[in-house]
Design a protein around this ligand. Structure first.
Ligand code: UGA
Length: 419
């Protein structure tokens, strides 16, 4: 249920397990696209899985619940749980989908893949007491969604009825045979595993970002600090890349929802609260950071490399790069931006222009900032860039540029976590 990132990756995972899959999606355009073999999202391997499934007659799409649910033994709920005004997750789409399962496939095992706050599935089981519910959080990353869904780091399942437990054990037996670790637990523990995992990742990123600020102030190098820390196997070097702050559709939303849940239970999570505040402030300060890095009196035009919240995706939701563009526009600075994943008419703040070739970003720019870590930005010809610019400052908010390369072209490089 739901043909977004999680739904389509789950489809791919189920096809890979050799099952027949029916996908319910309320957006008729998406249904038509998918039925023609075109994926509405850009994820490596997805189109191939989709076309192969269609060719074999193993997958079908529908906008009608009755049709989509016909004959299904297991139903995966993969709809969004957006952040409400108070930070709490909005569960209305999940409830409405389970409502239609109750009407059209009451004997199916209903598996909640959507990220739902601790306690949700237990109360849904009371409300829909004739349904067999399970919760099975998803850990895929955008940009490698299909590979992550097919070969996950672990399978986490929460069930509280033997029939639902057995159904999920059977479904994931093939993955267990392949050696994928599996954690079968209660509803609430499974839900909390998802939030605690994403929040811990957010802690790592927010931590290294503050260390990066300290590196800038003291003259240390965050790249070396990360290297030295990461060699301790208890720490590891993953998710310690300093940058413009974390974004995307998951980490910001899930930290807010976990903090909200904890406050509700009277056990506030002060570390997660601090991470949310630190990240918000960092993203709100990006425009100022870039202006300060150049000669502030001379900045009238800026170039921005990257608009997506990270590389290898076309997703600009909650993207720090968009915060940067907004921060610059708010100071009256004109902005030209380029992103390999975003079309020139893609959705970005009005007032900024999205150019169609990479070097146009440098045209008459007083300062250019790297906001997303697309590898092609590191391979630029900086002599060409320098010839096009009015100013001479490049701000690398992702720490991906080679200093020598940039400076050889007569440009100044101001890199995150370095002086
Ligand atoms: C995240 C988790 O990594 C997945 O495990 C989880 O399944 C997913 O959320 C979800 O809940 O659906 P995703 O949002 O695709 O995946 O992106 P990440 O790769 O986690 O990156 C999140 C943000 O942190 C990005 O803005 C990224 O640029 C930033 N980041 C990440 C850093 O600034 N530094 C790092 O070292 C790592």
């Amino acid at each position: 249920m739901g043909a977004g990132y999680v739904g389509l990756s789950t489809m791919a995972m189920l096809l890979d397990l050799g099952l027949e899959v029916s996908v319910l999606e309320s957006d008729e355009n998406r249904v038509n696209m998918l039925t023609r073999g075109a994926s509405p999202i850009d994820e490596p391997g997805l189109t191939d899985m989709l076309r192969d499934g269609l060719d074999r007659g193993a997958v079908r799409f529908s906008a009608e619940a009755a049709l989509a649910l016909e004959g299904c033994d297991v139903v995966f709920v993969c709809v969004g749980t957006p952040e409400g005004d108070d930070g709490a997750a909005d569960l209305s789409a999940v409830v409405s989908v389970i409502d239609s399962v109750e009407r059209h496939a009451p004997r199916a095992t209903t598996v909640i893949k959507s990220t739902v706050p601790p306690g949700t599935t237990a109360s849904l089981q009371i409300r829909f007491n004739s349904l067999k519910l399970a919760v099975n959080p998803e850990f895929l990353r955008q940009g490698s969604a299909v590979a992550d869904a097919i070969n996950p780091t672990r399978v986490v399942v929460g069930t509280e009825r033997p029939d639902a437990h057995d159904a999920l054990k059977g479904l994931y037996a093939l993955m267990a045979d392949r050696g994928t670790p599996q954690v079968f637990t209660t509803f609430t523990s499974a839900e909390l595993i998802k939030y605690a995992s994403n929040s811990f990742l957010a802690v790592k990123v927010a931590f290294i970002n503050e260390i990066a600020d300290l590196c800038e102030a003291t003259g240390a190098s965050v790249a070396d600090v990360k290297l030295g820390m990461g060699l301790d196997p208890r720490i590891g070097d993953r998710f310690l890349q300093a940058g413009p702050g974390f974004g995307g559709s998951c980490l910001p939303k899930d930290t807010a929802a976990l903090a909200h849940t904890a406050r509700h239970f009277g056990t506030p999570l002060s570390i997660v609260e601090a991470v949310i505040t630190a990240n918000r402030q960092r993203r709100a300060s990006l425009g100022d950071r870039v202006i300060r890095a150049a000669d502030p009196r001379d900045v009238g035009a800026a170039g921005v490399l990257g608009l997506t919240f990270k590389a290898a995706t076309d997703d600009t939701r909650e993207s720090p790069a968009i915060d940067l563009v907004e921060g610059l526009l708010a100071k009256g600075i004109s902005v030209a931006a380029f992103d390999p994943g975003v079309r020139p008419n893609g959705s970005i703040p009005s007032g900024a222009s999205v150019v169609s070739t990479i070097y146009e970003v440098f045209d008459a720019a007083d300062v250019v900032a790297v906001a997303t870590e697309w590898p092609e930005f590191a391979d630029l010809d900086f002599a060409e860039a320098a010839a096009r610019m009015s100013g001479d400052t490049i701000v690398d908010l992702r720490g991906i540029l080679d200093r020598e390369n940039v400076e050889r072209a007569g440009l100044r490089l101001v890199s995150v976590g370095a002086r």
